[in-house]
Design a protein around this ligand. Structure first.
Ligand SMILES: Cc1cc2nc3c(=O)[nH]c(=O)nc-3n(C[C@H](O)[C@H](O)[C@H](O)COP(=O)(O)O)c2cc1C
Length: 138
């Protein structure tokens, strides 16, 4: 089973979360800004934030290029100030490209900039539990 972790992070929260998930799965995480090449991935974790109610255009442009040859399934881990905003466009694009996006996604409050200290231990513990659940779908 091949697992990959990619992230887009403007202010560091998603990077910290990606590092934590990376340790949990013993798989390195890659920054979307480096345009990581994916091949035959069984489960792809996409970790990102929300900016102006949306996913970053960098992430949007990246996922537009993905097909099921790159990844069969994807799981979404997203932070926002509200803690409830979903990366709707990312899901739509992936599904239109034939990639199965797990119905369950993990949302957490990232606060804003450096306020709030997120992701904190609890955020990481909850995300780790989510990841363990997603592995059962393989
Ligand atoms: C420029 C900017 C715009 C943001 N816009 C929103 C927003 O519209 N709604 C929201 O809930 N959070 C918003 N946030 C909060 C981020 O989604 C949150 O801090 C997230 O954890 C950032 O992840 P990152 O540190 O990985 O970039 C914004 C943050 C920044 C820096």
């Amino acid at each position: 089973m091949k697992i990959s972790i990619i992230y887009y992070s403007m202010t560091g929260h998603s990077k910290k979360m990606a590092n934590a998930i990376s340790k949990e799965l013993n798989v390195s995480s890659e920054n979307i800004k480096t345009n990581p090449k994916l091949e035959d991935v069984d489960l792809l974790y996409i970790i990102s934030g929300i900016y102006g109610d949306k996913s970053s255009p960098v992430l949007i442009e990246y996922v537009k290029e993905l097909t099921k040859r790159n990844a069969k399934k994807a799981a979404l881990i997203t932070s926002s100030g509200s803690g409830t905003t979903k990366p709707i466009e990312v899901r739509e694009i992936l599904e239109n490209n034939g990639i199965m996006v797990l119905k369950d996604e993990f949302l957490y409050s990232g606060g804003f900039m450096f306020f709030g200290g997120h992701p904190n231990k609890k955020d990481i513990m909850n995300a780790t539990n989510f990841v363990r659940e997603t592995l059962k779908t393989l």
